[in-house]
Design a protein around this ligand. Sequence first.
Ligand SMILES: Cc1cc2nc3c(=O)[nH]c(=O)nc-3n(C[C@H](O)[C@H](O)[C@H](O)COP(=O)(O)O)c2cc1C
Length: 782
Amino acid sequence: MAGGAPTIVPTETDMKIVCIEDLREAGSKSMPIRAREFYNSGSTDQQTITENSAVFAKYWLRPRVLVDVSAADPSTSVWGRRIKFPLGISPAGLQAMAHPDGELATSRAAAEKGINMGISSFSNYKLADVINVGRTVGPINYAIQLYTMKNRGLQERIIREAEAQGCKAILLTADSPVLGVRYNEHRNDFRTPPGLDFPILEWKNEEVRGRTHEAGFIGFNDDAHSWAREIPWLRARTNMEIWIKGVLTGEDTQLAREYGCDGIVVSNHGGRQLDGVPATLDALPECVEAAAGKIRIHVDGGFRRGQDIFKALALGAECCWVGRPAIWGLAYDGQNGVEKMIDILYDEFRRYIVALSVSDSRAFCIPTLSALVIDKQFLTSTRLAIHSLFPIATMDVKQELAGEIDLVTQSILLASSNHDLKALKDLLRDGSANVQDAETGFTPLHAAIAACEDDEELNDQNNMNGKVLDPEEEAAVETVKLLLQNGAIWNDLDKNNETPGCIARRLGLNTLYETMVDAGVRAELLFSKLDEYQPLEDGEDEDEDEDEQQDTQKRDGTEEPTTEPLAEKQHQSEPSIPAAHSDQKDDVTIQKIIDDVSLDNKTYLRSALTFTEDKLLDESANAVMMDWETTIMNRHAEILLPVEGLRALNVGHGMGIVDTAIQSHSPKEHHIIEAHPQVLQQMRDRGWFDKPGVVVHEGRWQDIVPQLVEQGVLFDGIYYDTFAEDYKALRELFSEHVIGLLDPVGGKDGEGGKFSFYNGLGADRQICYDVYTKVCASARTP
Ligand SMILES: Cc1cc2nc3c(=O)[nH]c(=O)nc-3n(C[C@H](O)[C@H](O)[C@H](O)COP(=O)(O)O)c2cc1C
């Protein structure tokens, strides 16, 4: 049986409550007409409130069959916490009119059932009380609903209190410059019942009852609000997330993005404000499109069935909220009634994801992945057929239906971020572990690691104790390993210029970081081994041809620049070209190398250099050497030449920093190998050729060093710091030549000569540094 039995077991007393419509009927009956109409009605002609629910019938679902859904998981993550399923309780005021426990009961029910709650400014209970009763039941996140208020002092007090109580977000209600025209309130002369205060707004009952609801609202709400006035004002006062509630258009979604809001709730206030605006489900797609995955999208309005939630998620929302269903639950049976409401929706939603063969609701919760496929055959009819993205692996998706979205790529990224090993294995059978999301630049490795970001518990745990491995991180590690086994590249960059390892490090995920470092070391070692590999030629002729060709290249000096991976370059400035995939180097790579002289030693040697006060730049403005390196160089010289009168060899003069440091130790002999003509000229100008004991060798070390070995010249200390050479060159010098140049009984006390080098391999980020430090260490023994 897929994932357990239905959760609803009706008791004798509530046999009749099997759906939200039953709850509406029962809850409404238990309220006097004034209250009932206040809660249940919309504004003016009730068009929008009616359409909010009716709209769902426009969409049909396309179920898939025979997919293993035994592990279906409807949970999702909102504000850093996993909730039972993608539902929250919208902020709705005056709940104590429906049941004396009002917001306290709603809060307890939400906490009991593992979902979040928005608390209205018009709550009849204090914020602290509402939150505390919920927290005693279980972990729960709250958002404070806020209006744009005339009284900024009060607004600021509400924000302070919300922060003090640990609210995660502000829901700034933006659709209410005035109250909607609610005929029922006028006909019934609706007023807040006796005994009910609005403590968050600091209003006492006597004050409130003296005026109509509308008059009270106009008195405190500021219609001179604007994006430019409200959002920066809030940002300056709070670290809580800022969400705009009441957005219905792409234009406003775009503004929310531009003003740096964290999310929007696509909402029309449950049809209580402006009548004649579209149903939220119809407004959702244009908002999703405008959000482009940059801000989060939730939605409320008219959700009455589990399948309604499913449809909104398939259309791109991450989470849905309900207002009136909670009120009906309260009116029906207080906390129990609200719990019943949540149970009904959970059970229906779960059934849908199982019956439609969606193994994980998180499939819909990532904006870039919440794409739906619109079957074009249905576009001509009045109904749209939709189905969710998942599970693509078993789906025969026609390309023309896929539109602009690369579904396989998105599925691989999705399975990676969900740490869904089973789906990922299936997908990787035909797909690649090296796909990349066009918008974020995420590879599956990025997705698998970044997915841990929302997990507050995991991050807390990591902060407290780096050694404890949360099950979520464990799952992420397994996913990362699977991807690496399938050839995922360890050092691809996303649009934020981060490698997967960079993300792991930023999030403090130590095990994942180490996994990525190890992958980097493996890839780089393998790569260097592949470089050593000489394929056997079939015939002698071919050998000769090749030799001849190489000779020609050497003679005329016009050979193409090599295309070594950037990650292996010293002093490199960007690591992105995959080391393990040298076969993937394309024209762009080659052009890049030609454009950037630091990427090839011979190109660099032909390039023009610029000497400034504190740096030496190559033609591509890469820093060959900078004066901040002086401290490091001094230390190297100190270690290599602990006493005066020793013999030193330095490979690569540059700005002369290390050679000056070596000179300060009064060496008996000081050999310098330098190949760049401009540097050599500078050395001449600065008198290096005339210094006693200094021997300058003009040329590349590859040519000079064998001669020195042949001449039997020995040294107490050798230092290596060239530019635009890769790890292979360093390894070659170290393993082939250094042994012949170091005096085995040299050094201060005859302990043997020492070799040292500048570890600038991948110096622009920690993971490259860590990888190359390990790679170098692995080659310690020649
Ligand atoms: C009785 C009632 C009071 C509400 N009070 C507020 C409020 O104080 N602030 C607010 O932003 N939205 C308020 N809303 C709107 C809800 O937050 C939500 O947008 C709406 O109820 C969702 O539609 P639904 O009731 O069809 O689920 C209220 C809604 C109702 C029904």
